[in-house]
Design a protein around this ligand. Structure first.
Ligand code: NAD
Length: 449
């Protein structure tokens, strides 16, 4: 008698999270939909993963679901394509974390005025993840932080669930290196450092990122991964501090620092070009090195390069004040009562972000001296100084430029007409070497850093 085979049963969806990761079918949740979380959500979705973004900011969530991007590097079209695919949505409902195979945390890590890390956002996110932790879940921290955070802060909270790391759930750290405004490197093609808590954790995290990121760089531990990120940003902060000191030295010796730097940069080996400026800005470079400083202080160790670079970099807004004072002094004016038009308040060219921008410090210092501040920035509509005073973006006109006592260039956005500025202004303090773009016939009005 021939046995009749039962009809073949449809193969069920991949049952283990590892298999789901390898098939880009794992449900990915991203906590924190800012400059890091939103591009990451789109990158994961483009790799095929269904993605849910979690944020405590209901307005942001509503905007995202309506297809309106608030992050410079993400266009509405890109976002809408994601939403319309049905594989990307945002929510404030953290109970949905229970349905995630992967949870990535990308919340802010600021620093207090006394340079103490504020990891409260990580703690809150960790509590939300722990509440819904389920067997098989992979949790990855992407926020920049000091070495030890994943093990000392995140792990104990997750273990309260009774689940065991590396067996029941998986924990890793993978720093985000995104550089807002960078047209060449974005989330997908920037190599990704990955450190797992255990070999199983590492395997899971590498499987996730390999699907979405061109190059994955596994390292031996979460601590190494955490340290790589703070070191990268410390490297920048220290080198910017060094070149800012060079600017101070060149000023004393009455030399053009920009000429020195450009000439030095022709050396094809052993030299990397950094440029001076009115201070350092953004959410990362002025902040991250001090996470490391704080961490090693508990071991009685002092990070001297970081402290020194911080000291020099925070001096620069005062040096800018000095330059403005000298420029006004040429016409027998003082800062008190003079109108100063600041060009560019964002922390770097072609972005809308003015958090931790050097412009904030320069505005505070000049206002304290009695300057009447106006600003023009095509990317920033309004700003508020530390005293709570609100300023609105002035449109750039020949009349405005000729009225003000001094124009101070702080950010060299590429869509600003610096020739127009130099043509009509009385005097220009140029902290970004935009003089290169300006007709030589106006160079006598430009005062360089
Ligand atoms: N911005 C950058 O260029 C950059 C680059 C690399 C790394 N980083 C690091 O990435 C992390 C995130 O930075 P960002 O610039 O994306 O910050 P962001 O302020 O742009 O976005 C953070 C988002 O997290 C949300 N959030 C805060 N607490 C939350 C919580 N408990 N649950 C859910 N959502 C919460 C906020 O509402 C906000 O939308 C930081 O550690 C930062 O240092 C930033």
């Amino acid at each position: 008698m021939t046995r009749v085979q039962p009809p073949s049963v449809a193969i069920s969806p991949k049952s283990t999270v590892l298999e789901k990761l390898e098939a880009a079918e794992a449900q990915v949740g991203i906590i924190g939909l800012g400059y890091v979380g939103l591009p990451l959500a789109l990158t994961m979705r483009e790799a095929g993963f269904p993605v849910i973004g979690f944020d405590v900011n209901a307005e942001r969530v509503q905007k995202l679901n309506a297809g309106h991007s608030y992050v410079d590097d993400i266009s509405d079209n890109e976002l809408q394509a994601g939403i319309q695919s049905g594989k990307l949505k945002a929510t404030t409902d953290f109970s949905l974390l229970a349905e995630m195979d992967v949870v990535i945390i990308a919340v802010p890590t600021p620093i207090t005025r006394n340079r103490v890390p504020d990891i409260s956002y990580i703690e809150k996110a960790a509590a939300a993840v722990a509440k819904h932790l389920k067997p098989g879940q992979l949790v990855v921290l992407e926020s920049t932080t000091y070495p030890g955070t994943t093990e000392e802060v995140l792990l104990p909270v997750l273990k309260e669930s009774g689940l065991t790391e590396g067996e029941d759930f998986f924990l890793a750290y993978s720093p985000e290196r995104v550089d807002p405004g960078n047209e060449k490197f974005h989330t997908r093609n920037t190599p990704k450092i990955v450190g797992g808590l255990t070999p199983n954790c590492q395997k899971m995290a590498v499987a996730l990122y390999q699907k979405a990121i061109t190059t994955v760089v596994p390292v031996s531990s979460v601590r190494v991964a955490e340290m790589v990120k703070v070191f990268e940003n410390t490297f920048r902060a220290v080198n910017i501090g060094l070149v800012n000191e060079l600017a101070l030295v060149c000023d004393k010796l009455q030399m053009n620092v920009w000429e020195v730097i450009d000439a030095a940069a022709t050396k094809p080996f052993g030299m990397m070009k950094f440029t001076p400026g009115p201070g350092i800005g953004g959410h990362c470079i002025p902040v991250d090195p001090f996470y490391l400083t704080w961490k090693v202080k508990e071991l009685g160790f002092q990070t001297r390069f970081i402290e020194l670079a911080g000291e020099i970099n925070t001096t620069m807004p005062h040096f800018v004040r000095e330059k403005v004072l000298r420029a006004l002094g040429e016409s027998f004016k003082s800062i008190n009562g003079s109108t100063i038009l600041i060009i560019g308040v964002a922390y770097k060219p072609n972005v809308t972000d003015w958090r931790e921008s050097p412009a904030q410090h320069v505005i505070d210092i000049l206002s304290q001296d009695g300057a009447l501040i106006q600003y023009h920035d095509p990317y920033v509509d309004t700003i508020e100084d530390r005293g709570g005073r609100v300023y609105y973006n002035s449109s750039l006109s020949d009349a405005l430029l000729s009225e003000v006592d001094c124009v101070l260039i702080l950010t060299n956005h590429s869509n600003i007409d610096f020739n127009q500025i130099a043509q009509h202004a009385k005097v220009v303090v140029d902290t970004r070497n935009v003089v290169r773009e300006i007709d030589p016939k106006y160079h006598d009005k430009i005062r360089l850093l």
